[in-house]
Design a protein around this ligand. Structure first.
Ligand code: 3HC
Length: 313
Protein backbone atom coordinates (compact mmCIF):
# COMPACT_ATOMS: atom_id res chain seq x y z
CA UNK A 1 0.00 0.00 0.00
CA UNK A 2 1.22 3.53 -0.76
CA UNK A 3 1.50 6.13 2.03
CA UNK A 4 -1.58 7.85 0.59
CA UNK A 5 -3.53 4.57 0.67
CA UNK A 6 -2.46 3.92 4.27
CA UNK A 7 -3.55 7.47 5.21
CA UNK A 8 -6.89 7.14 3.40
CA UNK A 9 -7.57 3.78 5.10
CA UNK A 10 -6.82 5.26 8.53
CA UNK A 11 -9.28 8.10 7.86
CA UNK A 12 -11.94 5.66 6.59
CA UNK A 13 -11.40 3.39 9.63
CA UNK A 14 -11.52 6.36 12.02
CA UNK A 15 -7.93 5.68 13.14
CA UNK A 16 -6.37 8.87 14.52
CA UNK A 17 -3.58 10.49 12.48
CA UNK A 18 -0.61 11.20 14.78
CA UNK A 19 2.24 13.71 14.33
CA UNK A 20 4.78 11.12 13.15
CA UNK A 21 2.37 9.57 10.60
CA UNK A 22 2.65 10.36 6.89
CA UNK A 23 -0.02 12.86 5.87
CA UNK A 24 -0.82 14.76 2.66
CA UNK A 25 0.70 18.28 2.76
CA UNK A 26 -2.79 19.73 2.16
CA UNK A 27 -4.09 17.90 5.27
CA UNK A 28 -1.22 19.33 7.37
CA UNK A 29 -1.75 22.84 5.96
CA UNK A 30 -5.50 22.95 6.58
CA UNK A 31 -5.00 21.69 10.13
CA UNK A 32 -2.38 24.38 10.81
CA UNK A 33 -4.83 26.90 9.35
CA UNK A 34 -7.78 25.80 11.47
CA UNK A 35 -5.94 25.02 14.74
CA UNK A 36 -3.95 28.27 14.68
CA UNK A 37 -7.12 30.32 14.07
CA UNK A 38 -8.83 28.39 16.85
CA UNK A 39 -5.94 29.17 19.21
CA UNK A 40 -5.91 32.85 18.19
CA UNK A 41 -9.67 32.96 18.87
CA UNK A 42 -9.13 31.71 22.42
CA UNK A 43 -6.45 34.36 23.05
CA UNK A 44 -8.35 37.26 21.51
CA UNK A 45 -11.56 35.93 23.10
CA UNK A 46 -10.17 36.78 26.54
CA UNK A 47 -10.23 40.50 25.77
CA UNK A 48 -13.98 41.27 25.57
CA UNK A 49 -14.65 39.48 28.88
CA UNK A 50 -11.52 40.75 30.66
CA UNK A 51 -13.04 44.20 30.21
CA UNK A 52 -15.58 43.26 32.91
CA UNK A 53 -13.40 41.50 35.49
CA UNK A 54 -12.95 44.74 37.45
CA UNK A 55 -16.62 45.68 36.92
CA UNK A 56 -18.28 42.41 37.96
CA UNK A 57 -21.27 43.08 40.27
CA UNK A 58 -20.20 40.67 43.04
CA UNK A 59 -17.04 38.93 44.25
CA UNK A 60 -18.52 35.57 43.16
CA UNK A 61 -19.18 36.83 39.62
CA UNK A 62 -15.68 38.34 39.53
CA UNK A 63 -14.04 35.07 40.64
CA UNK A 64 -16.12 33.07 38.13
CA UNK A 65 -15.26 35.39 35.24
CA UNK A 66 -11.58 35.38 36.24
CA UNK A 67 -11.60 31.56 36.17
CA UNK A 68 -13.28 31.53 32.76
CA UNK A 69 -10.81 33.98 31.20
CA UNK A 70 -7.89 31.99 32.64
CA UNK A 71 -9.42 28.83 31.11
CA UNK A 72 -9.47 30.50 27.68
CA UNK A 73 -5.75 31.26 27.97
CA UNK A 74 -5.19 27.57 28.72
CA UNK A 75 -7.31 26.55 25.72
CA UNK A 76 -5.08 28.72 23.56
CA UNK A 77 -1.97 27.00 24.95
CA UNK A 78 -3.34 23.48 24.30
CA UNK A 79 -4.19 24.51 20.74
CA UNK A 80 -0.86 26.22 19.99
CA UNK A 81 0.84 23.06 21.30
CA UNK A 82 -1.32 20.88 19.02
CA UNK A 83 -0.47 23.19 16.11
CA UNK A 84 3.30 22.94 16.85
CA UNK A 85 3.14 19.15 16.36
CA UNK A 86 2.42 19.96 12.69
CA UNK A 87 5.67 21.87 12.30
CA UNK A 88 4.33 25.44 12.62
CA UNK A 89 6.23 27.50 15.20
CA UNK A 90 4.28 29.35 17.88
CA UNK A 91 6.35 32.49 17.22
CA UNK A 92 5.46 32.44 13.52
CA UNK A 93 1.81 31.87 14.36
CA UNK A 94 1.73 34.74 16.85
CA UNK A 95 3.57 36.98 14.36
CA UNK A 96 0.83 36.17 11.82
CA UNK A 97 -1.83 37.12 14.38
CA UNK A 98 -0.11 40.35 15.45
CA UNK A 99 0.52 41.40 11.84
CA UNK A 100 -3.18 40.98 11.03
CA UNK A 101 -2.41 38.18 8.57
CA UNK A 102 -4.07 35.42 10.60
CA UNK A 103 -7.79 35.07 11.23
CA UNK A 104 -9.56 34.58 14.52
CA UNK A 105 -13.28 34.24 15.20
CA UNK A 106 -15.29 37.28 14.10
CA UNK A 107 -17.38 37.13 17.29
CA UNK A 108 -14.61 38.68 19.37
CA UNK A 109 -14.67 41.90 17.37
CA UNK A 110 -17.86 43.13 19.03
CA UNK A 111 -17.82 45.39 22.15
CA UNK A 112 -19.00 44.25 25.58
CA UNK A 113 -21.19 47.21 26.58
CA UNK A 114 -22.99 45.91 29.68
CA UNK A 115 -22.75 43.11 32.26
CA UNK A 116 -25.50 41.30 30.34
CA UNK A 117 -22.98 40.92 27.49
CA UNK A 118 -20.87 38.74 29.78
CA UNK A 119 -23.88 36.53 30.48
CA UNK A 120 -24.74 36.41 26.79
CA UNK A 121 -21.19 35.54 25.76
CA UNK A 122 -21.11 32.64 28.22
CA UNK A 123 -24.61 31.46 27.28
CA UNK A 124 -24.61 31.98 23.47
CA UNK A 125 -20.95 32.26 22.35
CA UNK A 126 -19.66 29.46 24.55
CA UNK A 127 -22.83 27.54 23.71
CA UNK A 128 -21.90 27.85 20.01
CA UNK A 129 -18.31 26.93 20.84
CA UNK A 130 -19.49 23.77 22.61
CA UNK A 131 -21.59 22.74 19.61
CA UNK A 132 -18.62 23.29 17.33
CA UNK A 133 -15.97 21.81 19.64
CA UNK A 134 -17.66 18.60 20.86
CA UNK A 135 -17.49 17.04 17.35
CA UNK A 136 -13.84 18.18 17.21
CA UNK A 137 -13.16 15.73 20.08
CA UNK A 138 -13.53 13.15 17.26
CA UNK A 139 -11.50 15.03 14.67
CA UNK A 140 -9.07 12.82 12.75
CA UNK A 141 -5.90 14.55 13.99
CA UNK A 142 -4.91 13.08 17.38
CA UNK A 143 -3.37 16.06 19.21
CA UNK A 144 -6.28 18.33 18.17
CA UNK A 145 -8.91 15.82 19.29
CA UNK A 146 -7.20 15.29 22.65
CA UNK A 147 -6.89 19.05 23.24
CA UNK A 148 -10.63 19.37 22.61
CA UNK A 149 -11.60 16.86 25.33
CA UNK A 150 -10.17 19.09 28.07
CA UNK A 151 -11.48 22.27 26.40
CA UNK A 152 -15.04 20.93 26.20
CA UNK A 153 -15.11 20.01 29.89
CA UNK A 154 -14.30 23.62 30.77
CA UNK A 155 -16.64 25.09 28.14
CA UNK A 156 -19.68 23.58 29.85
CA UNK A 157 -18.76 25.51 33.04
CA UNK A 158 -18.40 28.64 30.86
CA UNK A 159 -21.86 28.22 29.40
CA UNK A 160 -23.53 27.42 32.74
CA UNK A 161 -22.14 30.54 34.40
CA UNK A 162 -23.33 32.65 31.47
CA UNK A 163 -26.82 31.16 31.55
CA UNK A 164 -26.98 31.74 35.32
CA UNK A 165 -26.17 35.42 34.82
CA UNK A 166 -28.95 35.65 32.20
CA UNK A 167 -31.39 33.91 34.58
CA UNK A 168 -30.57 36.44 37.30
CA UNK A 169 -30.99 39.40 34.95
CA UNK A 170 -34.15 38.20 33.23
CA UNK A 171 -35.76 37.53 36.63
CA UNK A 172 -34.48 40.87 38.00
CA UNK A 173 -35.70 44.44 37.72
CA UNK A 174 -37.23 45.79 34.51
CA UNK A 175 -33.91 47.53 33.74
CA UNK A 176 -31.98 44.27 34.22
CA UNK A 177 -34.37 42.37 31.95
CA UNK A 178 -34.08 45.12 29.36
CA UNK A 179 -30.28 44.89 29.59
CA UNK A 180 -30.50 41.13 28.93
CA UNK A 181 -32.79 41.69 25.92
CA UNK A 182 -30.47 44.40 24.57
CA UNK A 183 -27.54 41.97 24.82
CA UNK A 184 -29.25 39.13 22.93
CA UNK A 185 -30.33 41.70 20.31
CA UNK A 186 -26.65 42.56 19.70
CA UNK A 187 -25.07 39.11 20.06
CA UNK A 188 -27.54 36.72 18.42
CA UNK A 189 -26.62 37.27 14.77
CA UNK A 190 -22.83 37.60 15.29
CA UNK A 191 -23.00 34.29 17.18
CA UNK A 192 -24.66 32.57 14.19
CA UNK A 193 -21.72 33.86 12.13
CA UNK A 194 -19.30 31.87 14.35
CA UNK A 195 -20.27 28.73 12.43
CA UNK A 196 -18.77 30.15 9.24
CA UNK A 197 -20.20 30.93 5.82
CA UNK A 198 -23.05 28.95 4.25
CA UNK A 199 -21.98 25.46 3.20
CA UNK A 200 -22.25 26.56 -0.43
CA UNK A 201 -19.69 29.32 0.26
CA UNK A 202 -17.40 27.27 2.48
CA UNK A 203 -14.16 26.70 0.59
CA UNK A 204 -12.64 24.34 3.16
CA UNK A 205 -15.60 22.20 4.20
CA UNK A 206 -15.54 19.55 1.50
CA UNK A 207 -11.97 18.47 2.18
CA UNK A 208 -12.33 18.96 5.93
CA UNK A 209 -15.35 16.66 5.93
CA UNK A 210 -13.61 14.10 3.68
CA UNK A 211 -10.63 14.05 6.01
CA UNK A 212 -12.96 13.92 9.07
CA UNK A 213 -11.46 17.10 10.46
CA UNK A 214 -15.00 18.47 10.46
CA UNK A 215 -17.76 16.04 11.39
CA UNK A 216 -20.67 18.38 10.64
CA UNK A 217 -21.04 21.17 8.12
CA UNK A 218 -21.31 24.86 9.07
CA UNK A 219 -25.06 24.94 8.32
CA UNK A 220 -25.77 21.71 10.23
CA UNK A 221 -24.14 23.08 13.40
CA UNK A 222 -25.82 26.47 12.96
CA UNK A 223 -29.23 24.78 12.70
CA UNK A 224 -28.51 22.68 15.82
CA UNK A 225 -27.55 25.88 17.65
CA UNK A 226 -30.78 27.71 16.75
CA UNK A 227 -32.90 24.67 17.66
CA UNK A 228 -31.11 24.41 21.02
CA UNK A 229 -31.07 28.09 21.95
CA UNK A 230 -34.56 29.31 21.02
CA UNK A 231 -36.29 27.29 23.81
CA UNK A 232 -33.63 28.57 26.27
CA UNK A 233 -34.34 32.17 25.24
CA UNK A 234 -38.08 31.52 25.72
CA UNK A 235 -37.36 30.06 29.18
CA UNK A 236 -35.53 33.31 30.01
CA UNK A 237 -38.45 35.33 28.70
CA UNK A 238 -36.22 36.89 26.04
CA UNK A 239 -37.13 37.46 22.38
CA UNK A 240 -34.75 36.18 19.70
CA UNK A 241 -34.21 39.15 17.32
CA UNK A 242 -35.34 37.34 14.16
CA UNK A 243 -38.78 38.11 12.69
CA UNK A 244 -38.49 35.08 10.39
CA UNK A 245 -37.93 32.59 13.25
CA UNK A 246 -40.66 29.94 12.97
CA UNK A 247 -40.98 26.31 14.03
CA UNK A 248 -41.05 24.00 11.00
CA UNK A 249 -42.67 20.73 12.08
CA UNK A 250 -41.71 19.09 8.80
CA UNK A 251 -37.98 19.52 9.39
CA UNK A 252 -38.40 19.32 13.19
CA UNK A 253 -36.42 22.51 13.55
CA UNK A 254 -36.69 26.29 13.26
CA UNK A 255 -36.67 28.23 10.03
CA UNK A 256 -34.76 31.46 10.57
CA UNK A 257 -33.79 34.62 8.74
CA UNK A 258 -30.76 35.29 6.54
CA UNK A 259 -27.43 36.29 8.10
CA UNK A 260 -25.98 39.64 6.99
CA UNK A 261 -23.09 38.15 5.03
CA UNK A 262 -21.80 41.62 4.15
CA UNK A 263 -21.25 42.23 7.87
CA UNK A 264 -19.73 38.77 8.31
CA UNK A 265 -17.04 39.27 5.61
CA UNK A 266 -16.46 42.90 6.67
CA UNK A 267 -15.61 41.73 10.20
CA UNK A 268 -13.59 38.72 8.96
CA UNK A 269 -11.58 41.07 6.74
CA UNK A 270 -10.66 43.24 9.73
CA UNK A 271 -13.23 46.05 9.53
CA UNK A 272 -15.43 45.20 12.51
CA UNK A 273 -16.16 47.45 15.50
CA UNK A 274 -13.23 46.20 17.60
CA UNK A 275 -10.74 44.53 15.24
CA UNK A 276 -8.09 47.27 15.62
CA UNK A 277 -8.60 47.52 19.41
CA UNK A 278 -8.26 43.75 19.81
CA UNK A 279 -5.05 43.46 17.79
CA UNK A 280 -3.53 46.54 19.48
CA UNK A 281 -4.27 44.94 22.86
CA UNK A 282 -2.79 41.60 21.76
CA UNK A 283 0.39 43.25 20.44
CA UNK A 284 0.78 45.31 23.65
CA UNK A 285 0.26 42.23 25.85
CA UNK A 286 2.86 40.34 23.81
CA UNK A 287 5.39 43.18 24.05
CA UNK A 288 4.73 43.72 27.77
CA UNK A 289 5.30 39.99 28.33
CA UNK A 290 8.68 39.92 26.52
CA UNK A 291 10.60 40.11 29.83
CA UNK A 292 8.86 36.96 31.09
CA UNK A 293 9.86 35.04 27.94
CA UNK A 294 13.43 36.35 28.19
CA UNK A 295 13.68 35.43 31.88
CA UNK A 296 12.32 31.94 31.25
CA UNK A 297 14.72 31.41 28.33
CA UNK A 298 17.71 32.69 30.37
CA UNK A 299 16.77 30.39 33.26
CA UNK A 300 16.40 27.39 30.92
CA UNK A 301 19.80 28.09 29.32
CA UNK A 302 21.52 28.50 32.73
CA UNK A 303 19.91 25.28 33.94
CA UNK A 304 21.04 23.40 30.81
CA UNK A 305 24.59 24.69 31.33
CA UNK A 306 24.56 23.50 34.99
CA UNK A 307 23.27 20.06 33.94
CA UNK A 308 25.97 19.82 31.24
CA UNK A 309 28.70 20.84 33.74
CA UNK A 310 27.41 18.28 36.26
CA UNK A 311 27.45 15.58 33.54
CA UNK A 312 30.96 16.65 32.48
CA UNK A 313 32.29 16.58 36.08
N1 3HC B 1 -14.60 34.31 11.95
C1 3HC B 1 -13.47 34.46 11.21
N2 3HC B 1 -13.20 33.71 10.10
C2 3HC B 1 -14.09 32.78 9.77
C3 3HC B 1 -15.27 32.54 10.51
C4 3HC B 1 -15.51 33.37 11.64
N3 3HC B 1 -16.61 33.26 12.38
N4 3HC B 1 -15.96 31.52 9.92
C5 3HC B 1 -15.22 31.15 8.85
N5 3HC B 1 -14.12 31.91 8.76
C6 3HC B 1 -13.11 31.85 7.70
C7 3HC B 1 -12.42 30.50 7.64
O1 3HC B 1 -11.28 30.48 8.47
C8 3HC B 1 -12.04 30.45 6.15
O2 3HC B 1 -10.93 31.30 5.91
P1 3HC B 1 -9.46 30.66 5.62
O3 3HC B 1 -9.66 29.67 4.50
O4 3HC B 1 -8.61 31.84 5.25
O5 3HC B 1 -9.04 29.99 6.90
C9 3HC B 1 -13.21 31.17 5.46
O6 3HC B 1 -13.82 31.98 6.47
C10 3HC B 1 -14.23 30.21 4.88
O7 3HC B 1 -14.78 29.43 5.93
P2 3HC B 1 -14.81 27.82 5.83
O8 3HC B 1 -16.14 27.36 6.31
O9 3HC B 1 -14.35 27.38 4.47
O10 3HC B 1 -13.66 27.47 6.87
P3 3HC B 1 -13.59 26.22 7.87
O11 3HC B 1 -13.90 24.96 7.15
O12 3HC B 1 -12.30 26.36 8.57
O13 3HC B 1 -14.82 26.47 8.90
C11 3HC B 1 -14.89 27.08 11.23
C12 3HC B 1 -14.78 27.59 9.77
C13 3HC B 1 -16.28 26.43 11.39
C14 3HC B 1 -14.75 28.26 12.19
C15 3HC B 1 -13.80 26.04 11.47
O14 3HC B 1 -12.55 26.63 11.16
C16 3HC B 1 -13.74 25.51 12.89
O15 3HC B 1 -14.55 24.71 13.28
N6 3HC B 1 -12.73 25.98 13.66
C17 3HC B 1 -12.52 25.44 15.00
C18 3HC B 1 -13.39 26.12 16.04
C19 3HC B 1 -13.12 27.61 16.14
O16 3HC B 1 -12.15 28.11 15.67
N7 3HC B 1 -14.01 28.31 16.77
C20 3HC B 1 -13.85 29.77 16.88
C21 3HC B 1 -14.27 30.27 18.19
S1 3HC B 1 -13.29 29.68 19.50
C22 3HC B 1 -14.29 29.93 20.78
O17 3HC B 1 -15.42 30.21 20.61
C23 3HC B 1 -13.68 29.79 22.13
C24 3HC B 1 -14.67 29.83 23.24
O18 3HC B 1 -13.97 29.53 24.42
C25 3HC B 1 -15.33 31.14 23.41
Amino acid sequence: MTEQEIFDKKIDDDVRIEPKDWMPEAYRKTLIRQISQHAHSEYVGMLPEANWITRAPTLRRKATLLAKVQDEAGHGLYLYSAMETLGMSRQQSLDDLHSGKAKYSSIFNYPTLTWADIGTIGWLVDGAAILNQVPLCRTSYGPYARAMVRVCKEESFHQRQGFEIMMALSAGTAEQKEMAQDAINRWWWPTLMMFGPKDSESGNSELSMRWRIKRFSNDELRQKFVDMMVPQAEFLGLKVPDEKLKWNAEKNGYDFGEIDWEEFWRVVKGHGQCNKQRLDARRKAHDDGAWVREAATAYAEKRAQREATKKGA
